[in-house]
Structures are given as C-alpha cells and as structure tokens.
Design a protein around this ligand. Structure first.
Ligand SMILES: *Cc1c(COP(=O)(O)O)cnc(C)c1O
Length: 783
C-alpha cells in the first residue's frame, strides 16, 4: 500500500465514523481512526490464521486478567508497517507520539499475573503457535491512582469510553451462562487480534461481556417503572463491570465467583460448539484437540464445568473426568497461603447450585482414591477439595489436571517440598517448572529503540527480536570501551527522557546524572517497599549528620498501586510520600538525593521506567515472590539487580553472575529458621541507625494526618515484622552503600549492567511459551 492510499484510507475512515475531516478530530478520535485503518491490514491475515489452525490441536489460555497495555505501536511494529504509517502521518501533519499517547491502556489486570498472560499471547503469535486467550471484557480496568495529600485515592478507569479500534464484537458467538435456573445472562464475545511479530500469525484474545437476555422490560416501562425496565440489563452488566483490584487475597466473594464462572463457562461452551460443528460424533477426540491452561485458580471452575457440559452431552462421569483431566493444566502463582482461593461452601452452593454437585462428585472420586492408596486419614486435609465448609480451588486444580507448574525454579521446588508436598508424593510427575518470561518486542524493541539499534548493529542482525539467546554474543563486547561508552550514553538518554516525563507528570525535578534506583510493582508488604524507604530515611539521617560528606547522587523512584482495602499497603504509600516530601524540600540534601513516587503506575509508565533504570529493586522476603517478571524487564534493559535469593532472581544471577548484581539478605532456609525465634525489636536495636528511622513513624517526624496509619505500621513492625524488614535491613544497607561507591567508577558499574543485558536471553517469554507448547500443550507451530 502506498502512502497516498493509506492517507486516503485514514481520511475516508474519519468521514465514515465521525462525519468530519480527520484534521478536525481531537487526538483520541484520530487515534481511533488510525486504529481502524490498521485493522484493515489485520483482518485478512487474521482470517487466514484462523483457517490455518483449523482442525489442529490448539491451546487456550484462560485468565481472569490480561494486562495488555497499548496496542498501536505493538501492532504496527509486528506488522512491519511502523515506518510507513509514521511517515504518512508525518506528511499529514500528525504528531505520532501524541497519537500513541492518546490510546488508553487496556488495563485488564492487576500486575504480574495479568502481564504474563499478555506476554504469552505475544510470544504465541510470534512463534506461530495456535494459542488463544479467553477472559473478561471489564468495563473498568485497574483503577486509576491519584495521590491527595500523599494518600492513594482511587477512581474508575473508563478505558472503553472513547471506543476501542481493536475490539470486534461477535454477536453470532453469544453464549448463555446459567448461574442457576432463574439466573442467566448472555456472554457476548469481543475479539482482539494478537499480531505476532512478522505478521504471519494473528491469534485471538476473546473477551466476554455480560448482558441481560431480556434487555428491556417493556411492560415495566409502560407502567411508568422506568428504572425497573432496565434493571435486568444493569444487573447482568455488573458481572463484567470491574476488574477486582485485589492482588493476592480473596475478596468481593459472590460477584467474583460469578465472574469466574461467567467467563469459564462461556469459553468452554465456545470450544464445545466449535468442536461439534467440526463434525465430531462424540467427545473422544476433545482432549486431543484442546489444551486448556488455567492461569492460577481464577478459571478453575472450568474443571467441574467441563464435566457438567460433557455429561449434558451424554458422557458419563468417569469419562468426562478423564477428558477434563487430559485437557487441562494449571499454573500456580503464589506461595502465600492467604492467597490460595477457598470458597465458602454455602456461598458457592447459593451462587452456583447446578455446578456444586460436580464439585462434590470430584471430591468423592478423590476420597475413593485416597482410600485406595491407603493414605492415612490424618493427612486427608492436605488433599480434600471440600473441607471445613470451604472449597479448595488449588487442590481441585492439582487433582483434576494433567500438569501443575510453578513459575520459577525455586518456586517449583518450594511447591514440591513444602506448599503441596503431599500431592507431589502422590503424583511425582505432575508438578513441573516453567520459569516466567517477558516479550522482548514490547520490553526492548519498542520501549528502548536506541538500545535495540545498538544491539542490532553489534550482532549484525535483528534475529534477537525472535531469538533472544543471541544476546549472549554481546559478552564479547563487555570490555570494549567504545561499546560501553555508547551503552552509557543510551542509558543517559533514556534517563533524560524519563526525567522530562517525571518533571511534567509528577512535577519533581530529577538529575539524569544520578543513580536511578527503581522499585515498581504492586504494593505488598512481602515485596518490602518499606525496606527501601527505610534505607532512604537512614541515608537522609546520615547525610544530615555529615553534610560535607562525599555522597553519591541518587534518585529513588517508586511506582505501585495498593489494593483499595489493603490498609497497611496504603500506609506505606503515605509514608513514602511524606519521606519524599521531606527529602525533596530539604535544600541541604535535595541537590544530591531525590525521591519520587510516580502516580498511576501501569504498563505504559513501565515502558518508560525500565529502560531508564540503573538499579532494579527485587527485595522480597526470600520464599515469598513466586517469580517476578519486572526483574527480567530491568535486566533486559541493562540494570543491575539489588535483590534477595527469591523467585527468578535466583536464575538471573545464575545467568549473569552474582558478581554483577547485589545479592543480600536471608535465604529461604534462614527465613524459616529465623521465624522460629524472632524478636523484631532486638533486630532493630542491634542495627545502628535503624531505631531512629523506625521511630520516625511515631515520634512526630512524619505526619499521617491523624489517621493512626503510621502507628499501625509501627506496631506491625515492632510486634511481628512478619516479612523481616528489620532483620534484613543491615545487609540491604550494605549492598546499597556498595552501589553508591561502585557508581563512582562508571565504566565498571555499567559493565555489570551490560553483562546482565547480554545474559537475559533465558527470560524471553518465547522460551517459556516454547516450553509450555512442547511439554504441556503438545501443540505444533504452523507457519
Ligand atoms: C511487569 C509488570 C508487573 C510485575 O512486576 P513484578 O516486579 O514482577 O511484581 C506489574 N505491573 C506492570 C505494569 C508490569 O509491567
């Protein structure tokens, strides 16, 4: 297509959809029009992809979250038309960067788990695997975060308000989901194309929206009951209204259970209808054609639901169980006991009365097996799906699927030896490891074009874009002064870009010559944002005591949302904001250190932060972070990790060398040992300077506007400190101080970052998806 044709197409679309000249539209409207024009490239290839995968075994990724972010640049780059489109827009006088910024993030996820699903879809399409996603079209994505007096305030994120060019409504595939005989809704599918790099394969993310079957009650309206006339529609739509902004604990109960059933039932019906339409006479081949991956237990109702649907088709229970087990696999994402989903039995029965009997049947089948294997009755509570009036979703998922995987080597080991060790003894081959990954297309190629260009030049090809292990060859350049200088220049450029963005959005002035030390992830006590804050507090005290000292310039950057009901997490946000205010307004230190808590951290902000980082903060209490993927994005962009031996950090230092990172703190076995006999106050008093920092929570240094939040935080720490902030502080401070010293020799410091980048190959989600496809899904690539 020529530039003129593209221009005409865009202008034509504007007339068609807005009845206006393209040039009279605002940026959001212009973005949508350009998106619509791009969809004209996408659709024919999309149809072709569907055709080539037809009748082949396919994998389906069921997930309550898909944290997709923006799609425009991603689609243009993957289609290979980015230069062409940008040139045309330039000729038309359109600022591409502004247009790109006009797209609302598809924020259909909370954090790592949802972003992982998005990275997997990108890798699946790029590698030409038949991998589809199934989820929910939430009307409101993850909430928008603002700070008011340093407190987090949430508001709605109406990401669909201006329409979305990537979503195609597919009325013909509407399904009916029955919660109970009297409670049914429509599930209306909206399909989003997942464009693989190179544009050969375009897969589908199908998102379900809930609607009423009878959308309007004519009679009620006629009787003057106007509100009643649309009540059914309102109630139905509630099901896909919001993404639960809750990261790791079970809440929202009834509605959340409905959401889970809603999208799993609709998705399975979809698969069964297509299977029947292909002419199969029975369900003997179902598991040979479907691999269904459960992303955590949120879609685990798929297990009893598939059995129920199969029985409706005349398949008897044993056979239905077998088909289900052979079709499904489950990914575990957490080591936190409180994050394992357990539904109240009464609630479950009242919401899903028709499904509950199938859960009972699965549980009975399990009991007869436990008897058969002569498992001691005392041990049954390590297995039973239904116990103490609770329904254990993880147990059901382990029992009734073919494979269970952890998301990093250490996590999988802990699953086997600790969390679900009883299951591991029973089924020694069921639990496998699939270390997480990230897509280098979004997290390097698009977000860091300068570094991408350098890598391509040094390697002499762009093959790394689909074969990340090629970065390893860059190690040959680690002592090349010219290369390191260029690497440093690029980092500096990305830091300058971020500094400008932060100046504009946060109104804080930061110095690109300082160390950019960044912690960005959901706010959780186990991730220990507070420990980094205490380090800053301690550093501030030391600087005040020695203002003439030789202090290294540093900028500490935080980005994190706290679940709205997570009180302690919100207290930590307020504390960091108070600390930032103190540091940034103190002329004695603010020329040397700065603290920024960026508002509304999400995918698009992340794309600016990772490339600009010198130091990656991965400081969770050992044994608590399943994998982490933020750590991989930093590594790929050439930052060093300050981290504990937790999650994928273990594999990061295995790949890039401990000497090129800053590892500190207790390891898993030490944490277990310490927990037996821990006195946080002793730990605090034995660490020089720490008491002063901790006391600052309650001695009037900082104010929480009389909410009592800081007192609460203080009590938490001094009485329990269950995540060992006070215990690990000293060793954290040691490596942090070491970083400040090491930064003085820029070449030596950035050489470490460079080596990290060169060894990031393992952490491509291409590698992860390849492993799932080969070991679990048994699906084939289809060029
Ligand atoms: C990668 C990513 C995460 C996950 O970060 P972790 O440090 O692994 O917890 C969360 N949110 C966004 C927006 C991300 O891009």
């Amino acid at each position: 297509m020529t530039s003129l044709q593209l221009k005409e197409r865009i202008e034509g679309k504007a007339y068609e959809s807005h009845g206006q000249s393209f040039y009279a539209l605002n940026e959001k409207e212009q973005f949508k029009v350009v998106g619509n024009a791009v969809m004209e490239y996408v659709v024919p290839k999309w149809i072709e992809s569907k055709r080539k995968f037809n009748k082949k075994k396919q994998a389906y990724y069921l997930s309550a979250e898909f944290l997709m972010g923006r799609a425009l640049s991603n689609n243009l780059v993957n289609l290979g038309i980015d230069d062409e489109v940008k040139r045309t827009l330039e000729e038309m006088g359109v600022d591409y960067n502004a247009l790109e910024d006009a797209e609302d993030d598809a924020g259909l996820g909370n954090g790592g788990l949802g972003r992982l699903a998005a990275c997997f879809l990108d890798s699946g399409a790029t590698l030409d695997y038949p991998l589809s996603g199934y989820g929910i079209l939430y009307q409101y994505g993850i909430f928008k975060q603002n700070f008011v007096n340093g407190f987090q305030v949430e508001s709605a994120d109406p990401w669909l308000e201006h329409g979305n060019p990537w979503l195609i409504k597919n009325n013909n595939d509407t399904r009916i989901v029955e919660f109970s005989d009297a409670d049914k809704v429509e599930a209306v599918p909206y399909d989003m194309p997942i464009v693989g790099y190179g544009g050969d394969t375009i897969n589908t993310l199908r998102l379900w929206k809930a609607e009423a079957i009878d959308k309007f009650d004519f009679r009620a309206f006629d009787e003057g009951k106007y509100i009643d006339s649309v009540k059914a529609q309102d109630e139905a739509e509630t099901i896909s209204r919001i993404l639960y902004p809750n990261d790791s604990t079970t809440e929202g109960k009834k509605l959340r259970l409905k959401q889970q059933y809603f999208f799993t039932s609709a998705s399975l019906q979809d698969l069964m209808i297509k299977y029947k339409a292909e002419g199969h006479k029975n369900f003997d081949d179902f598991s040979k054609l479907h691999s269904i991956q459960l992303n955590d237990t949120h879609p685990a109702l798929a297990i009893p639901e598939l059995i129920r649907l199969l029985e409706k088709e005349g398949v008897e229970f044993e056979k239905a169980f077998d088909i289900t087990q052979k079709s499904m696999a489950y990914t575990n994402h957490t080591l936190l006991a409180e994050a394992l989903e357990v539904w109240d039995k009464g609630l479950f029965k009242s919401v899903l009365p028709n499904l509950y009997p199938y859960v009972e049947e699965i549980n009975s089948r399990l009991i007869s097996e436990l008897k058969e294997w002569q498992i001691d009755k005392d041990e049954w509570n390590n297995f039973l799906i239904i116990q103490n009036n609770g329904i254990h979703m993880a147990f059901m998922s382990i029992y009734a699927t073919r494979a269970v995987n952890g998301v990093a080597a250490i996590h999988t080991d802990l699953l086997k030896t600790d969390v679900i060790s009883s299951w591991h003894k029973l089924f020694p081959d069921r639990i496998v490891n699939k270390t997480n990954g990230i897509t280098q297309r979004r997290w390097l190629l698009q977000s860091n074009p300068q570094l991408s260009e350098m890598i391509t030049e040094l390697l002499g090809s762009k093959e790394w874009v689909t074969e990340l292990s090629q970065l390893k060859a860059l190690e040959a350049n680690q002592d090349d002064d010219q290369v390191l200088d260029r690497f440093i220049d690029i980092k500096h450029e990305k830091k300058k870009e971020l500094a400008e963005y932060i100046q504009f959005h946060e109104e804080v002035n930061i110095d690109p010559d300082s160390i950019f030390d960044i912690q960005i992830k959901r706010l959780h006590e186990y991730k220990r944002q507070l420990m980094m804050a205490f380090y800053i507090g301690d550093l501030y005290n030391r600087m005040k005591a020695d203002p003439e000292g030789e202090w290294t310039k540093r900028t500490f950057i935080f980005g994190a949302k706290a679940a709205p009901g997570y009180y302690i997490a919100k207290a930590i946000i307020k504390y960091i904001n108070e600390l930032a205010n103190r540091v940034n307004t103190d002329p004695e230190v603010n020329g040397i250190i700065k603290v920024v808590f960026v508002e509304n951290y999400g995918v698009s902000y992340a794309e600016r932060l990772f490339p600009a980082a010198d130091v990656s903060e991965q400081i969770s209490t050992a044994g608590k972070e399943a994998s982490g993927t933020g750590n991989m994005k930093f590594m790929l962009n050439g930052a060093v990790t300050v981290g504990t031996m937790d999650g994928a950090n273990v594999e990061i230092v295995e790949e890039a060398g401990r000497e090129n990172n800053y590892i500190f703190g207790m390891e898993v076995d030490e944490v277990v040992e310490k927990r037996k006999n821990y006195n946080p106050v002793d730990a605090m008093k034995q660490t020089e300077g720490l008491e002063q920092v901790v006391e600052s929570l309650v001695d009037g240094t900082f104010h929480d506007n009389n909410t009592g939040m800081f007192r609460n935080l203080y009590n938490n720490l001094t009485q329990e400190d269950q995540y060992f902030v006070l215990e690990d502080f000293e060793s954290y401070r040691r490596v942090q101080d070491q970083i400040a010293g090491d930064f003085k020799d820029q070449k030596a410091f950035y050489r470490k970052g460079f080596i990290n980048m060169a060894n990031a190959g393992k952490f491509s989600s291409d590698r992860t998806v390849e492993e799932y496809a080969t070991d679990i899904w048994h699906v084939a690539r289809q060029q």
